[in-house]
Design a protein around this ligand. Structure first.
Ligand code: GUN
Ligand code: ZN
Length: 440
């Protein structure tokens, strides 16, 4: 047995134990706080002057005064193979898929390319303060191996899976119901629960899977209840029409997934824009989560997510970038756009709620509360150090905030990777921002 390793970090601290939309005392804020870790897990989070006297003598204390420590961001919908095609112009989802996405994903049959892209992708997430993501790979099993190898090397808690698609895509990206199912099961056995890795069954979306493939996926989802399910639903109106034509007799696009047992806890669907109230109620009743992707939805012109209707239905919600249709890896920039989408739909998203959705709310969507997402005792110490003075404009704006809400709002609206001074995974530094001053 090695000796217990204690570490502590002095900074302002922010984290959540409830949804601020539902509870009055949902957030915890310690202006002069101390985060205490033991063996890479949270031991305590509180006021510096309460906790410092309790530290064993000799415990190293890292001084981040003037900064703000929060749990690492969690991005619940992102495609690592689309890193190199971010910001590719197309008039809507379906042409974007055909003209850019499918040709780009083709090259992930090549393990060296997959490995290089996964390494860049994960480092980019860490630069942006994202410590956990629910990730699409490509149809090639080797793209999943490359991803989990890179995530393991960095000791990150990541969920990912092989895309399943056996129709309506180029031949070079097609699997079949049988091989897709077999490959997925092999990957679950190889990776799920290995270190911090978690597997996600990943039918791309209903239009690219046959009934047979959705059937096999549903069986795997039942056989492995603790693996994730991820897909897209109701993103774009042309896509919705197409899905309804392909599956005659369904009540709605979402209903396709329901028929195959793909609505369940640990199932996460990207977009969810064109749902009706019956769909929303069904998602809430089955514990299925929505990943809201505002930069992507605005970029492709897909539509505006309705936060008020989702909340009324009691759906599990989180924020996601959806890179490469999303236009930023930054969860702060994702909040910026989410805020504006909410305004256009007549609702209002406080900054506190957005920080909740990007941390504990996402952990809850992934059934990982107690593992990641806040600073409760025993939670894995994935956290970020945010610098409210990262840019001249932010320094000027945040020098006169009269409330925490105002400070967080400025960070969300004006911030991006420049705000992330450092990122830690299980108590270990995995990214440190090189400032301009350090360059000179
Ligand atoms: N629908 C099916 N595949 C995709 C994809 O790769 N990105 C987005 N945004 N929507 C999809
Ligand atoms: Zn997507």
């Amino acid at each position: 047995m090695s000796a217990v390793t204690m570490q502590a970090f002095r900074s302002s601290l922010l984290h959540f134990s409830a949804d601020p939309a539902l509870a009055d005392h949902a957030h915890h804020w310690h202006e002069d706080g101390l985060l205490v870790l033991e063996d890479g897990k949270v031991k305590a989070a509180g006021d510096y002057f309460d906790l410092f006297p309790l530290l064993p003598p000799g415990t190293p204390v890292t001084d981040y005064r003037g900064k703000l420590i929060a749990p690492g961001f969690i991005d619940t919908h992102i495609h690592y193979p689309q890193t190199d095609m971010i910001a590719s112009p197309a008039p809507g989802l379906l042409p974007w898929l055909n003209n850019f996405t499918f040709p780009t994903e083709r090259s992930f049959d090549e393990p060296v390319h997959a490995k290089n892209t996964a390494a860049f992708f994960l480092d980019e997430l860490l630069r942006n303060g994202t410590t956990t993501a629910l990730v699409y790979c490509t149809v090639h099993p080797q793209s999943v191996d490359a991803f989990f190898e890179a995530a393991s090397k960095r000791n990150l808690r990541m969920a990912a899976g092989k895309v399943l698609m056996d129709r309506h895509c180029p031949d070079f990206l097609q699997d079949c119901a049988e091989t897709g199912g077999r490959d997925s099961e092999d990957l679950i056995r190889r990776w799920h629960g290995q270190g911090r890795n978690m597997y996600a069954l990943t039918p791309r979306f209903a239009p690219t899977s046959t009934d047979a493939q959705l059937g096999v996926t549903g069986e795997l989802a039942r056989a492995y209840p603790d693996v994730y399910v991820q897909s897209h639903v109701s993103e774009n109106q042309d896509e919705c029409r197409w899905a309804m034509e392909l599956f005659p007799g369904v009540r709605s696009y979402l209903d396709v997934y329901d028929r195959y047992g793909l609505l369940r806890p640990r199932a996460v669907y990207g977009h969810c824009i064109w749902l009706d109230d019956a769909d929303r109620a069904r998602m809430a009743a089955t514990g299925t989560a929505a990943a809201v992707c505002p930069t992507s939805n605005l970029f492709l012109g897909s539509g505006l997510f309705d936060f008020a209707k989702a909340d009324r239905a009691g759906m599990l919600l989180s924020l996601a970038t959806d890179v490469g249709a999303g236009t930023s890896f930054s969860m702060l920039q994702t909040m910026n756009e989410a805020y504006k989408v909410a305004r256009l739909q007549g609702s209002y998203l406080p900054a506190l709620r957005m920080f909740y959705l990007a941390t504990l709310g996402a952990a809850r969507s992934l059934h990982l509360e107690g593992t990641i997402g806040n600073f409760a005792t025993g939670v894995e110490a994935d956290f970020i150090v945010l610098d409210p003075k990262a840019t001249p404009l932010l320094a000027r704006r945040t020098s006169h905030c009269s409330s925490l809400e105002e400070l967080l709002f400025a960070l969300a609206l004006l911030g991006d990777d420049r705000v992330v001074a450092a990122t830690y995974a299980q108590g270990r530094l995995v990214h440190e921002r090189v400032t301009e001053a350090a360059h000179h």
